[in-house]
Every structure is written in C-alpha cells, then in structure tokens.
Design a protein around this ligand. Structure first.
Ligand code: GLC
Length: 681
C-alpha cells in the first residue's frame, strides 16, 4: 500500500509513473515537522532495525550510523567520510522486527539529508525542502515493499544484449590505432570483448558531437570494422558545451536560448574539460529535444551506445567565482603566508569546484517556469539521459541503444543505467561496489556496475582479478581506468590465461545473467539483493554485509581483501558450492547451512546455488569472441544445468534477439524442469 503526502508546491520531477491520490491523513510512521530548513521527518529505530536503500552512496548495505546528503557531487574520492556521491536516490526501507517495515521515497530534487542514526544512534531523521512529495510504502515483506516502489517508478531500462558482454575502457585511448590495438590484444589472446569505450580523447577539443579527424580519420569506417569483430564503440557525451564561435552546438544553443541562464539572464558560464562552457537546460523540453537529436550524428556513423558524463553538472569553476578568487589570490602575492592566510588561500582554490553557491546562481526554464538550479539540482543528469533516450526513441525506435549516466535521480532507471563513477583501485572500493549494487537495484537501477579494477590509482593484478570475479555478476561489466594510472587491460598483467578463463565464465553465465536481468525488469524485482530479502526469518542474514543474492538461484561471497586465500561465508541454508577455474575446470559440493571458511584461490570463481534451484551454463569455446558468437537461441539441452534439489528444480529461461524491443512475446520464456539426478553436482 502506497500513500502520497504533498507538502508545499512540489515540482513535477518525473520520478513516479503511477497516479496515487493525495492522502488526507498525516504520515503515521514518522513524525513530521515544518521548520526553517524545510520538512523534517523522524522516527525511532530499534537496535535490530536495518535501513536499506539510498542507491549510490558510501558505506554499507545497512545505512545506519551515518548521514547521507542527496546532492549530486563530482567527487572522485569516495571515502567513508563523504556524504554525497553523484546521485540523488531518496528511497529507503526501514526494516523492523517489532513493528511493520516501511519504505519512504522523498521526491525532492534539491538537497535532502538522511541522518540515519549519526546524530543519535536510534533516530532516523530526514530533512527535505518545504516543497516535496513523500511516498510511504507498506507491504508484507521487504521484497514486497521494494516491488511496490518499483511499480510506482516504472519499468527499468533494458540494455542491448551485447552490453552484457565484457567491456574495456580507459581515459587515454586517443586515436584509432589505440582502439585497434586494444581489440587485437584481446582477440589474439582469445579473450572475449564486446565493447571499447571512447573517452573525451575522441572529441575535437572536448566538444560534444565532434570527432578529432586527425586522430580518427575514418571514424565510421573504424566503427564498422570494429563491429565486424563483434566490438561496439561507446563514446562519452559530456554535459558542458564549449563556448566557441562557429561551433554549431554552441551557436544553436545560444540562439535558441537552450542554455541555463545566470541571475542576469545571460547564459551561465562554468568550466569543464573544454574550458568555459554553457550548460544545456535539459529541464526545458525543447532544449532537451534539441540536444537529444545531436546523438543522431554519431548514430548515423554506426554508434549504438553512449555514456553521459559530468552531468551533476560538474563545474571546475564558474567564470564569476574564478575571477574573484584569482583577484584575491593575486593580491596576496607578496604576503608572508602563514597558518591562517596560507590555508585560507588554499581553501579559496578548493572552493572553486562544484561550489554550492554557483548552483544557486543559475536557472532553468522548465517550459516557461523559472526555477533556480539548486532546487532541482539532482534532476540534471536524469534529464540529460532522458533527452538522449527520448531521441533514441525517435531516431531508432526499434533498436535498443546502450545508455548509462554518471548522475541520476529516481526515475532515470527507465531511460538508462548508471556506473558508479570515479572509484579507485582500492580493495575498500571493491567492497563498496558490492554493497552499492542492491541499494541501486532498490531504486530501479538494474543496468549498473563499477569501474572494474578501479578508476583512480594503480590496480594490481590480484585486485583486478578479484574485481572481475565480482564483476562477472554485474550487468555492466566494464574495466575502466583514469589517464595517468597503470594500464589496466587484463593483458597488461601476468597469468593472462587466468583472466581469459574468468572472462569466459561471464559468457558461460550469460543465459542466467540475462534471464535474471529480464525477470527483475518485468517483475519489478531486484537482481542483486541483501541476504535478508530472501531469508527474512534468519536473524543473522541481516548483518551480512559482503554477500549478495544474484537472481533467483545464486548467492555470491566475493573476496575483497588483498592477499586473502579465502574467506568466511555464511550460508543461510544448505547450498551447492560451485568452484570454477575455467569453463572446463569446475567442481561442486553441497555445503550445510552455517558459517564456513572457504579457500578461494586467486584464479578461482566460487559461488553458491540455492537449494531446489538451478542455473544454465552455456558452453564457451575458443571461437567465442563476443556475445555475437554466443548462440543462445538454441535448444535448452545445450546448456549444462547446475543445481541441487530434493526431487527436481525448475527454471524460467529467457532469451530474445538482444537488439530489438520485441521482448514481450511469451514464447521467449521456456520453463525447464530437471530432476535431481539430471543436475550437475
Ligand atoms: C570523469 C568520468 C570518468 C572519465 C573522465 C574523463 O571523471 O567519471 O569515467 O574517464 O571523466 O572523461
């Protein structure tokens, strides 16, 4: 049951697709107070209560013990003292043992603070603006609450099937030869690869919808050559538009008033990669349509996937602030800078990027209504992505186009996925990424993954390997790294054989991963779940922070500490442990419910299968270079079925052409039944 409570005059955010009548009753599950800062909602939490949700955030799956601020921020240092990452995902579930659990969605695209027991351990306190809509969701279980929320916000985006293959990226592939080399290196080693990313280096002077012709003399030729090899090229699109006379995107935006305006009604000037830039007003439907149509130029050259970046929007500085900071610093030129003055100066430099006051200094024209940016800040990335997705519908209505974004708000999951931004090659970030997945799924974001191996810092061979062993299960499986870091393609390391084996397992598991993804989409379920969602009566399950349920049959317990040769795993029921060093080298063992220490070698994937469940494993041989070579449209008997059952197990297998949107006909689901004897143990 969902109730809707309206405060003030909220902006229509587009987060929700269902019409829920406004409740005439007060919110019963939380105390509501209207103060100077806006609305405050609070309630007590018992010791055993658990808080799930908030999507892309720092810290664990249970969000208790910290404050989280929904205010999309371009901050690449995702440490546990940070309060904001790139998104505003204002949904959480308070899971309670003594009273009914409930979900709450705060539909306010401005700054919202979730104090989940930081100030007072037993208090949940949410502060939103005075104009917002609150949805309270009650249900029979955590899964039921999650499902109702997902029905409220609409069906998740479906990526093309190739986007479920392994993908390679790096900021720094700067010319055609670089791209060809990556593909060759993978292919000569027999490692499957479905996509290579084009970071900002492909553009001319970091201008959106341009290609540097010196470095990419025959761009469309390259795109089609690569596609013949089964590799899709995925260019980045940034939010900021370079200010440059004669550059059509700039000129058209200025002429038509499509950019965000500052307080004086001038086009707001902030800087990103290209230097001084304007920012398309994606919240204005005409501006969105105009910008969206620009993707066509790349699509006409064979591109069928994009990633939208810097759309918090990131600001290196605003023109006005830079001037005042520079003036002040220059005036200090001859001073003897000591404790206070030196740190003051440093602070002034640091205050340039993503300054909250800059976000208060420009406006949107939401189809005739002027709205200050900070009030709708978290919608910017959402509407940039919606603009693109709406354009894909016009340009290529039957085709699935890969789209994921860095910034997002609830509701964007209908238009694309996200990646979790600029993490680092740290073991703690491997754990963070494991913990972010179910929180993101709760918010509808199913097509997601982190930069495998870590974006910043230098990855080591073991970190990359362990990260891939987790990444095998994330729908977006992309290795990405920052310019200046150690090269991180798997062939840069020793023991390439092991990397090949692990990546091939991903392809072997694709029928499962794809079926489970589609089930999660169509049933409004979570693909990744904390253990407590499946085992609500198991008192220990709720405290397990480093294991996940993946789809209906699998539980994973990734290794995320360096030099570990195994780890403790909690089994909430008897399960089948599957060990795989390669598609050929596999063993299974039934394990009893409880705690176990499991040895897991560096080159080994270990996962667990729920009792009376099973999963398909496709045969992957040397001929498989990408998903194009995976002929999943074949009789199910080609699959090996792994599982264990008292008598028999059932599985709904899904498949489709992977590229069009004809994914509804019933015959794409096949029910498979296997007796206990027929299952691979
Ligand atoms: C941002 C993105 C990162 C990208 C870089 C250069 O930091 O998050 O993925 O590589 O910009 O475009």
């Amino acid at each position: 049951m969902i109730s809707r409570h309206v405060f003030g005059q909220p902006i229509e955010t587009g987060a929700v697709i269902m019409t829920i009548p406004e409740s005439t009753q007060a919110i019963a599950v939380m105390n509501t107070a209207l103060g100077e800062d806006g609305i405050t909602l609070s309630c007590q939490m018992a010791d055993t209560d658990v808080v799930y949700g908030l999507g892309e955030q720092v810290r664990g799956m249970n969000k208790r013990g910290f404050s989280y601020i929904s205010y999309a921020t371009d901050d690449p240092i995702h440490t546990e003292n940070k309060h904001s990452l790139y998104a505003g995902h204002n949904f959480l579930i308070l899971s309670r043992t003594n009273e009914p659990s409930f979900g709450i969605f705060v539909d306010d695209p401005g700054r919202v603070v979730f104090d989940v027991g930081e100030t007072k351990l037993d208090q949940l306190c949410i502060t939103a603006g005075s104009d917002c809509t609150i949805y309270i969701i009650k249900g029979s279980s955590l899964k039921d609450i999650a499902r109702q929320f997902r029905e409220l916000i609409g069906q998740s985006y479906i990526a093309p099937k190739w986007a479920f293959g392994y993908q390679q990226s790096r900021w720094g592939y700067s010319c055609e030869a670089d791209i060809r080399k990556v593909v060759d290196e993978y292919h000569t080693r027999g490692i499957p690869l479905d996509a290579v990313y084009l970071d900002i280096d492909y553009m001319k002077d970091f201008k959106d919808f341009t290609v540097d012709e010196e470095k990419f003399p025959d761009f469309s030729g390259l795109v089609s050559d690569m596609k013949e090899k089964g590799v899709h090229l995925v260019p980045i699109i940034d939010a900021g538009v370079k200010i440059e006379k004669g550059y059509p995107v700039y000129e058209e935006g200025v002429q038509n008033g499509y950019f965000c305006k500052d307080e004086d009604g001038q086009d707001f000037v902030g800087a990103v990669w290209p230097g001084k830039s304007h920012f398309p007003d994606f919240l204005n439907s005409r501006a969105g349509e105009w910008f969206g149509n620009k993707y066509q130029w790349l699509m006409d050259q064979g591109i069928d996937g994009f990633w939208n970046d810097m759309n918090e929007p990131a600001l290196f500085y605003s023109e006005k602030r830079l001037k005042s900071v520079m003036d002040e610093i220059l005036s200090m030129k001859d001073e003897n800078l000591g404790l206070h003055s030196f740190y003051h100066m440093k602070g002034r430099i640091d205050s340039l990027s993503g300054n909250p006051e800059d976000y208060e200094s420009f406006c949107h024209n939401i189809d005739g209504v002027k709205v200050r940016h900070d009030k709708v800040h978290n919608l910017y990335g959402f509407y940039m992505t919606k603009a693109a997705a709406d354009a894909f519908e016009r340009i290529a209505p039957d085709q699935r186009t890969l789209m994921f974004s860095r910034s997002s708000y609830i509701g964007m999951h209908r238009y694309g996925g996200i990646w979790t931004g600029d993490n680092a090659s740290w073991w703690s970030h491997l754990l963070l990424s494991i913990q972010q997945m179910p929180s993101l799924n709760l918010c509808g974001i199913l097509y997601t993954g982190s930069d495998i191996g870590g974006f910043g810092s230098n990855a080591t061979q073991d970190l990359l390997m362990r990260w891939l062993e987790f990444g095998i299960f994330t729908p977006l499986m992309r290795n990405h790294a920052a310019a200046g870091t150690r090269e991180q393609e798997v062939y840069q390391f020793d023991n390439i054989e092991d990397f090949r084996n692990i990546i091939r397992i991903r392809y072997g598991l694709l029928p499962y991963i794809y079926s489970e993804y589609m089930k999660a989409v169509f049933n409004n379920d979570m693909y990744f779940r904390p253990l407590s969602f499946d085992f609500p009566d198991d008192a220990h399950a709720a405290s397990v922070e480093d294991q996940l349920m993946v789809g209906e049959s699998i539980m994973i317990a990734p290794v995320y500490t360096q030099n570990a040769t195994g780890r403790y795993v909690y089994l909430p029921q008897d399960m089948l442990m599957v060990r795989m060093k390669s598609m050929e080298n596999k063993s299974c063992q039934i394990m009893s419910k409880g705690h176990h220490y499991i040895d897991i070698a560096l080159n080994e994937l270990v996962f667990f299968v729920k009792k009376n469940h099973m999963l398909p494993l496709a045969a992957i041989d040397d001929s498989v270079r990408s998903t194009t070579d995976c002929h999943f449209h074949r009789p199910d008997s080609d699959y090996e079925w792994i599982g264990f059952a008292d008598e028999s197990a059932e599985y709904m297998l899904y498949d489709d052409d992977g590229s069009t949107k004809s994914y509804t006909p019933k015959d794409q689901w096949i029910k498979i039944v296997r007796s206990a004897k027929e299952l691979s143990l």
